[in-house]
Design a binder for this molecule. Structure first.
Ligand code: ADP
Length: 477
């Protein structure tokens, strides 16, 4: 009994779900009722009329019912096709409704749906493209970007941000900032921006015992007017900028000091002369010779500074060239031999054959050699020896300036090529050094594609090795 009832209910449900049968049944009811009424009206007309009427009614009934059934079937099929397409679209496909005639409402509905699908697909494509572009930009940024919701939980973290905060986006997502990086300054800045809606900037060291300095900018996000719905944090690694700033400040201080010393000395001697010493020709001569030496030092210092500045700003056009090392080395020996002789230091050259032509103009090569050989003579006591060697090496030449001088302590070696760095300030000044000679050598050699190294032992001597590429090596590169 219960099974029969359930079967009936299922049939009823299936019928209720079938639009085609519903339309057909409605039509049958609509058409049959007037016929039954007509049938009773012609009751008096007799059997013949009744039979003819019944036959005609039955024929029309069957024909029209058939028509309605077929037509409603087509309607239902078209609707089914539209439903199927909408379902496929919801699944992410891009279906097209073809074959549905545009004249009927169903056809027009299909066309309207086609249009809607196209518009939505286009919008989705554009949004996807925009999202991809946004993600690519975000990922290729050197600045770390972190976004927070209004409760201060991390929502997004780009690759640079992952590196700076030493975490991964997956790990950090949903966490509070303090749980990722223990920095109270940063946490306070974020809370302030979230509470007040005001942007903020901080400069912090995120990790103890690390020199890295980050400039952190916080910007609030407003979704509704005046309601803060989150914040974006942008982290910039400014370590190098701060280092350069410090170097610049130090450089200015060094230059001022270097200029100040000879100038003070010159002024002192001139004032002494003006105060009456000028009357003594011997003192005048001695003082004027000191003034001349100091002026010469000033001139050298300014020349070296200008050359360094031109080199650092790549405004020195004559680094590259085509020079033979041997004649240049011999020229420098001839130039500096009198100074060496005066100091009782022997100056020797050992030039091997087969040296390639160097990819450096003669003037900068000469400057490199003069600076190195002059230093070697300067820092080698009487009776010592300075040897300049040259040999072919890796499509270029290795030139070495070897001395048996005072040597350089190991602690000073890493800073030796810095501007104004001197192992012994007093000694260097006394010898007329500017403290810029090795910085110039390094710049010139590196600009020509080579490198300079130093090996030294205190009390035994120093070796400066300069590698310079040959023109063929440079042309191949
Ligand atoms: P400076 O004008 O003082 O010589 P440089 O830049 O040429 O400046 O050299 C920097 C410092 O390196 C010098 O002050 C000196 O202390 C050290 N130095 C350079 N060459 C030698 C060398 N051959 N032997 C020992 N010390 C040297």
């Amino acid at each position: 009994m219960r099974g029969g009832f359930n079967g009936l209910r299922r049939l009823g449900e299936r019928f209720a779900a079938c639009l085609q049968w519903q339309i057909t049944l409605a039509y049958i009811l609509l058409v049959t009722l007037p016929f039954i009424w007509l049938f009773f009206l012609v009751e008096e007309g007799g059997g013949q009329v009744k039979t003819a009427l019944l036959a005609t009614a039955f024929f029309f009934f069957c024909f029209s019912t058939g028509l309605v059934y077929v037509w409603s079937g087509r309607l239902v099929r078209n609707l089914g096709e539209i439903k199927h397409s909408v379902e496929r679209f919801a699944d992410g496909e891009n279906p097209k409704l073809y074959g549905l005639e545009a004249e009927h409402e169903i056809g027009q509905l299909a066309q309207a749906l086609n249009g809607a699908v196209e518009t939505v697909s286009l919008t989705v494509r554009r949004l996807t493209e925009e999202k991809n572009r946004f993600e690519t930009v975000l990922e290729s940024m050197v600045e770390g970007v972190v976004s927070f919701d209004q409760l201060g939980r991390i929502e997004l973290l780009n690759r640079a941000g992952e590196k700076m905060l030493r975490t991964s986006a997956a790990m950090a997502k949903g966490k509070q900032l303090l749980a990722v990086v223990r920095n109270q300054v940063l946490e306070d800045a974020l809370s302030k921006t979230l509470q007040t809606g005001l942007p903020g900037t901080e400069e912090v060291r995120l990790w103890p015992h690390q020199p890295q300095i980050f400039r952190v900018t916080l910007v609030p996000i407003f979704l509704k007017q005046s309601k803060v719905s989150g914040a974006v944090m942008v982290l910039n690694d400014v370590t190098e900028i701060r280092r350069l700033e410090q170097m610049r400040t130090q450089f200015v201080a060094n230059v001022s000091h270097e200029l100040h010393t000879p100038l003070t000395s010159i002024r002192g001697f001139i004032e002494t002369l003006l105060d009456g010493a000028v009357d003594d020709p011997q003192i005048t001569r001695r003082f004027l010779s000191i003034v001349a030496t100091e002026s010469l030092r000033l001139e050298r210092l300014i020349e070296d500074l200008l050359l360094l500045s031109r080199l650092e700003h790549h405004h020195e056009p004559v680094i590259g060239g085509n020079t033979l090392a041997a004649p240049e080395i011999n020229r420098v020996r001839t130039l500096l031999e009198p100074i060496a002789r005066e100091k009782n230091v022997s100056l020797v050259t050992e030039i091997r054959t087969g040296l390639p032509q160097l990819a450096m103009a003669a003037a900068p090569l000469n400057q490199v050699l003069v600076n190195l050989v002059e230093n070697a003579i300067k820092y080698t006591p009487a009776g010592g020896r300075v040897v300049v060697t040259a040999q072919a090496r890796e499509k270029g030449a290795l030139i070495e300036v070897i001395d048996t001088g005072i040597g350089i302590p190991p602690a000073s070696l890493p800073r030796l090529f810095e501007r104004f760095y001197r192992v012994d300030k007093a000694r260097s000044r006394q010898m007329g050094g500017t403290g810029l000679g090795l910085a110039i050598v390094k710049h010139l050699v590196e600009r020509a594609g080579g490198y300079v190294r130093v090996k030294s032992e205190v009390g035994k001597g120093t070796v400066f090795s300069v590698y310079l590429p040959g023109i063929k090596a440079v042309a191949k590169d």
